[in-house]
Design a protein around this ligand. Structure first.
Ligand code: BG6
Length: 493
């Protein structure tokens, strides 16, 4: 692959939460990789902000250690590493106090042209304080942007509060609500497949598609994130954002052009067309689970509650839903969505299953004719497989076989696969909001999710237990099998 690297103008990235996990594991490695590829000019600056007291040199040492841990060992030269480290500086600031902000302002200078991006890699409870202080201390220039990490709220009401708080200092065109799933290569490829080919779009509707499955399965448990996770659960942590966004990209109408507002307008229409799931139908359409001790990644692992300090919880670590987009294109086509921690495999994929053939002309002993499937694998082993029926080669009569037309990106394109954050962090600098969520989208997604949560809360029962290292509670299997279908991994992989 000859990928195109278009350098950006020098910029300033101010990372709140600069010593945190996200900065160390994702943001700094992503910027480093972009620098290695020659996309970031060395006059750019990265200012890390956090409450801890630390000197610039101590922060550089911490970053170097993080890069050694999270970037492939042979990535780059000592020279690039030194240049990258020299771009970094550190500032200790308390989001809830006024000291130090004017100094940050002086450090950044008063250039209106230079792009200035504030990345809020902190809990949403600090968004309000930070944005108000950025505004009050004149840090927000015409060319400033702010990036906010999920969760944007924990329900519709709190999402509105978060959005209002951020809007005190930034206009909507300056706000980048990140959903890193949109930066994944296969997700963008879904748009290329749909809208840069004539092959799929005529079939992309209820007349030809039987159902859609979206799975985001993780083998990891919640580990040290228990404190946050236990107040969230899989519905809020994954379903409201990542899976709903994937569903939107599968189901949306072709936008007029591939730009931020056209794409987001179409996604919003999909979210608004989702049939409500509430106390009248949640028992039929939802499943929630919580892992108990089992085996994962080749070893014994504790159950969810054992990982928590409190030792008890009713938070779900698994959720499966049967959703439907109630519009002309999709009415009657089920979208089965599931996500969970400590499942049998780490795999994220979108599976489009086409309708069965109306009539077989082949004798029974030719073999079973399976439905065509288009499988978009987000991770690991990114790629697309189109499962089709063919004749087995050679003599012996007509023997039919189900095989994949396989397009593994890693094999086809030899380059390293960029992490989602690399693309998204630079989109912020370029001012391209296409792969970021607009306020109305986030709020519409909460409006769809909230009644599910309310129905569960009212029900009051505990999530179904599943053993770590399995595919979730048996009720999730029943959810799809009731309709005479199976989850993708049960049949072919
Ligand atoms: C995050 C969730 O948004 O996505 C985590 O908060 C989850 O709980 C993560 O583990 C999954 O991302 P990825 O890119 O590893 O699939």
């Amino acid at each position: 692959m000859t990928y195109r690297v278009i350098p950006v103008e020098p910029f300033d990235y101010v990372v709140f939460g600069g010593t945190g996990d996200l900065a160390r594991r994702k943001l700094l490695p992503a910027l480093y990789h972009r620098m290695l590829d020659g996309q970031i000019p060395e006059e750019s600056r990265i200012v890390a902000v956090s409450r801890r007291k630390m000197t610039d040199d101590e922060y550089r040492a911490m970053t170097e250690e993080a890069l050694r841990e999270f970037v492939q060992p042979d990535a780059g030269s000592a020279e690039v590493m030194q240049k990258f480290l020299q771009m970094l500086s550190y500032r200790s600031l308390d989001a809830k106090a006024d000291e130090g902000w004017d100094e940050l302002c002086n450090e950044l200078g008063d250039s209106n042209e230079r792009v200035r991006a504030f990345y809020l890699a902190v809990g949403p409870d600090l968004f309000d304080d930070i944005c108000r202080r950025l505004g009050r201390h004149c840090l927000v220039t015409e060319n400033s942007r702010v990036v906010i990490e999920k969760p944007v709220g924990r329900d519709l009401a709190s999402a509105r509060e978060v959005n209002d708080a951020v809007a005190t200092a930034f206009s909507e065109s300056q706000i980048f609500r990140i959903d890193h799933y949109l930066g994944k290569e296969t997700v963008q490829n879904l748009m290329a497949l749909r809208f840069a080919n004539t092959l799929f779009e005529p079939l992309w509707n209820s007349a030809h598609i039987d159902h859609v499955q979206i799975t985001v399965a993780e083998t990891l448990g919640v580990g040290s994130r228990g404190e946050y996770y236990d107040t969230s659960g899989a519905l809020r942590d994954m379903m409201q954002n990542h899976l709903t966004q994937l569903l939107c990209l599968v189901a949306m109408e072709p936008p007029d052009v591939f730009d931020a507002n056209s794409v987001r307008d179409e996604k919003l229409k999909v979210i608004r067309a989702l049939k409500p799931i509430d106390e009248d139908n949640y028992e039929r359409l939802t499943v929630r689970g919580q892992y108990r001790a089992g085996a994962s990644d080749g070893g014994a692992v504790p159950g969810y509650v054992e990982e928590l300090a409190s030792g008890k919880s009713r938070t779900e670590t698994f959720v499966a839903l049967k959703a439907e987009v109630a519009n002309w294109r999709w009415a009657g086509v089920p979208f089965y969505l599931r996500t969970g921690k400590r499942l049998a495999e780490r795999v994220s994929e979108i599976v489009i299953t086409f309708r069965a053939i109306p009539h077989s002309i082949f004798p029974r002993d030719s073999g079973v004719i399976s439905q065509n499937r288009l499988v978009l694998r987000l991770q690991p082993d990114e790629g697309v497989k189109q499962w089709i029926m063919i004749k087995d080669p050679g003599p012996g009569g007509m023997r039919l076989n189900y095989v994949p037309l396989d397009m593994s990106f890693a094999e086809s394109f030899e380059e390293r696969y960029p992490d989602a954050y690399e693309r998204l962090l630079l989109d912020v600098i370029r001012g391209n909001q296409t792969l970021f969520m607009r306020r109305d989208e986030v709020e519409a997604a909460w409006a769809w999710i909230d009644p599910i949560r309310e129905a569960w809360d009212k029900d009051g029962s505990a999530p179904a237990a599943y053993t770590a290292g399995t595919w979730g509670p048996s009720a999730a299997i029943a959810l799809i099998e009731r309709d005479g279908r199976t989850w993708h991994e049960d049949t072919i992989r």
